[in-house]
Design a binder for this molecule. Structure first.
Ligand SMILES: Cc1cc2nc3c(=O)[nH]c(=O)nc-3n(C[C@H](O)[C@H](O)[C@H](O)COP(=O)(O)OP(=O)(O)OC[C@H]3O[C@@H](n4cnc5c(N)ncnc54)[C@H](O)[C@@H]3O)c2cc1C
Length: 366
């Protein structure tokens, strides 16, 4: 069986490893000359997002055979809104992972187990490959091929500016910032790479890429993030869902399959799983569309939370952060193991008087 995988990111590599395990040898096409984005950055896995899965890395090891090592466990989250700051401490908040060119990056950890060939410096086209291969897995990390297949239903788009900075950091603390003046209805965050380096990101929807610099300056100034910047980068990010995840012999995984939530742009965990499920479907053990349903249902819940957050102004954000800081609420969210996301959605829905139906209808008309 001839299988092509487009993209040597986490979801494409997870698919390749599972195919290998099942006795197949896919060919992977990657546009860069090596595995891993040219810039190093830190990604976060928040356990809260995927409850009842309590530990995403051990789930990936047990259920997907993917043994990945984090940079560090996440022990502290600081949430800031203009008038409030809340600190949550617990040994089980999630993980920090390195991405990109680093030898320890998730991409390079996955690539270490690869026996299948990677054709580097090749921009592959799904529809062309679909003529020559039995299966094509699209893992390009963007919605472009999905749009070209007329399957993309957009929820939101954002411009992201990121920087690698030098300073002094606690390597187990993640800091998230909400302020509509510089982030609109999105957010900024700081995630440490080690004691002396960190990734800073600002994500903002509804602007043109050339506008990001002004918001970036305001973000750094407002939050007093006066660090030495080593390198910066910008990219556009689209969140949405394909109307289906398979068309003919083409399967969509990772970001290309909409396996990323618009809440905080978290897509690593669902992306890796979608890659593994695509491999299993190709090897004949199921219908890919049905296999990914639990993932898409959970993403819908997270997207709904994002939808409600978009309605909040700075005063409401202060109130929300204040509520999230109450000991009883903290306990409920971080220690009870309850799937708190629908409860928070419900609370915000009452606060803002909005329902997700409005959004789904909007998306359908785009
Ligand atoms: C700034 C930023 C911060 C993020 N932070 C987090 C986080 O904290 N936690 C989290 O869970 N998620 C986070 N995400 C989302 C997460 O990174 C993605 O969901 C995840 O990388 C998806 O993996 P992927 O394999 O689908 O795509 P990618 O990681 O984007 O990999 C796609 C690969 O395909 C290659 N490619 C693209 N087009 C072609 C082509 N035509 N031919 C050949 N190769 C091609 C690319 O070069 C790349 O190597 C973040 C995303 C961004 C942009």
């Amino acid at each position: 069986m001839r299988v092509a995988i487009i993209g040597a990111g986490p979801s494409g590599l997870a698919c390749a490893l599972e195919l290998q395990r099942l006795g197949h040898k896919p060919i992977i096409f990657e546009r860069y000359h090596r595995v891993g984005h040219p810039v190093e950055r830190v990604d976060t896995l928040l356990h809260l997002a995927w409850l009842p899965v309590r530990d995403q890395l051990s789930y990936l090891a047990r259920k997907c055979g993917l043994h990945l090592h984090p940079l560090a466990p996440l022990h502290c989250i600081i949430m800031s809104s203009p008038g409030h700051r809340v600190t949550v401490r617990s040994p089980r908040l999630g993980y920090l992972l390195v991405r990109g060119r680093s030898p320890l990056s998730i991409e390079n950890q996955l690539a270490a187990g690869l026996k299948s060939p990677v054709i580097f410096e090749t921009v592959a086209d799904p529809q062309e490959l679909a003529r020559d291969f039995d299966w094509v897995v699209v893992a390009t990390g963007d919605s472009k091929p999905t749009r070209q297949l007329n399957l993309w239903k957009e929820y939101s788009s954002a411009v992201i500016k990121g920087a690698l900075v030098l300073g002094e950091f606690d390597p187990r603390t993640f800091h998230i910032f909400w302020d509509t003046r510089y982030a609109g209805h999105s957010f900024g965050y700081l995630a440490p790479l080690d004691r002396n380096r960190a990734s800073i990101h600002l994500c903002i929807g509804g602007i043109e890429p050339e506008e990001i610099d002004d918001y970036w300056e305001l973000f750094l100034e407002s939050e007093k993030l006066h660090y030495h910047i080593i390198e910066t980068y910008e990219q556009e990010f689209h969140c949405g869902q394909p109307t289906r995840h398979r068309t003919g012999n083409i399967l969509l995984v990772g970001n290309s399959g909409g396996f990323v939530c618009s809440l905080l742009g978290m897509g690593l965990f669902p992306g890796l799983i979608s890659g593994v499920l695509a491999a299993r479907a190709i090897a004949g053990s199921g219908d890919y569309e049905k296999m990914v349903q639990p993932l898409t249902r959970r993403l819908e819940q997270l997207n709904e939370l994002r939808f409600h957050l978009e309605k909040l102004d700075n005063r409401s954000l202060d109130r929300l952060v204040g509520i999230l800081g109450l000991p009883v609420i903290k306990h409920l969210i971080y220690h009870s193991g309850l799937n708190i996301i629908p409860i928070i959605c419900n609370m915000l829905s009452r606060l803002t008087g909005s329902t997700l139906r409005t959004r789904t209808a909007k998306a359908r008309h785009r």
